[in-house]
Design a protein around this ligand. Structure first.
Ligand code: ADP
Length: 321
């Protein structure tokens, strides 16, 4: 663990008369593709996770927040301003993009210092050292980023996003490629930044990762805001959904009938030797299916969860509204 870092070079107490982020009925289309559709939310200081599968519209939403692209409809405001039109407000946003666009021949220090100078930070050297300390890269500053692991590259991008001490942090999949120790350290950093009054918005396509971040969550799917709230309530919502399981067996009818009789499943369809079942008692099914098959003297050839992916969870969230 690094020594206690010095105070941030540009810390400032700010009163926010308006929401730090305010997205109001925002949509963005690319030709026929609707990337973001009628999304509204407001955020203030603290950590919020934006959870959604690949292609859900997270990066497009982030690009709109940073003023890199305009909404087709609706408004997107940061600190009460439109970042597309207001250059000073862009200086208060730190973006860590998903793309790995680092210059491999630069050292970590050089890369972050360029970001500091681009932002016109008053003392780029102090700011660069501070940002690299925050992400635990203070001992690696002279190494070329080309030699870095994925996790280290993520941390260099994060340091570049933090170097101007922005009030708003937009972090696109910042935990991807980090090992569990680095991930926990980064999550701790996000929460420290949130409690210092910064608005930290972090995207992820992994439910488990979002649960670990342990914050407020916005769920986006197919461009729409599907759910929002505390991560615990979201987890419960997802666990309560019916699961769809496919079972290949040489005794489809007997097994299906037994599972229904014992009220372990809610519904079943049979196609040749394949059972497609729906159940809300996934744990009970897991514990008892092998012994039921043995009692019936049928073989379980394959048991495949059909909904054990985020896509179906999001579909459920959207359709369940
Ligand atoms: P995510 O970040 O959640 O993976 P994106 O915002 O990158 O999602 O993409 C949302 C949708 O918009 C996808 O279908 C993607 O192909 C499309 N899209 C994003 N950017 C563009 C673009 N510049 N031109 C055309 N389609 C785009």
């Amino acid at each position: 663990m690094s020594p206690q870092p010095p105070p941030p070079p540009q810390s400032q107490a700010v009163n926010h008369p308006v929401n730090m982020i305010e997205v109001s009925r925002a949509s963005k289309s690319f030709g026929n593709v609707v990337a973001v559709s009628d999304v509204s939310f407001q955020l203030n200081a603290g950590v919020t996770a934006l959870l959604g599968p690949n292609g859900a519209g997270k990066s497009t939403l982030f690009r709109m927040l940073c003023g890199l692209t305009t909404p087709t409809a609706g408004t997107v405001k940061v600190l009460g301003r439109d970042a597309r039109q207001d250059t000073p407000v862009r200086g208060k946003i730190g973006l860590s993009p998903q793309q790995d666009a680092l210059f491999d021949r630069l050292t970590a220090y050089e890369f972050v210092e360029i970001a500091a100078k681009t932002h016109g930070v008053e003392n780029p050297k102090t700011a660069t050292n501070y940002a690299l300390t925050l992400v635990d890269l203070d001992t690696e500053t002279e190494k070329n980023v080309g030699s870095f692991s994925k996790g280290m590259r993520q941390r260099v991008k994060l340091a570049a996003a933090l170097v101007n001490d922005p009030e708003i942090l937009i972090l696109d999949e910042p935990l991807s490629g980090l090992d569990p120790v680095q991930r926990n350290r980064m999550i701790e950093l996000f929460h420290n930044l949130g409690s210092q009054g910064k608005c930290v918005l972090i995207s992820s396509h992994i439910l488990d990762e979002v649960t670990r971040i342990g914050s407020e969550v916005l769920v986006i799917a197919q461009g729409r805001l599907a759910a929002s709230g505390d991560y615990r309530s979201l987890r419960t919502l997802m666990e309560d959904q019916p699961h769809v399981i496919q079972i290949n067996t040489n005794g489809a009818r007997e097994l299906g009938a037994a599972l229904l009789r014992k009220e372990i499943i809610d519904g079943v369809t049979i196609e040749d030797e394949t059972l497609n079942i729906t159940t809300t008692k996934i744990d009970l099914l897991g514990r008892s299916i092998a012994s039921i098959a043995r009692e019936l003297d049928v073989s379980l050839i394959e048991v495949t969860p059909m909904d054990d992916d985020l896509e179906s969870v999001f579909r459920y969230l959207i359709e369940g509204r």
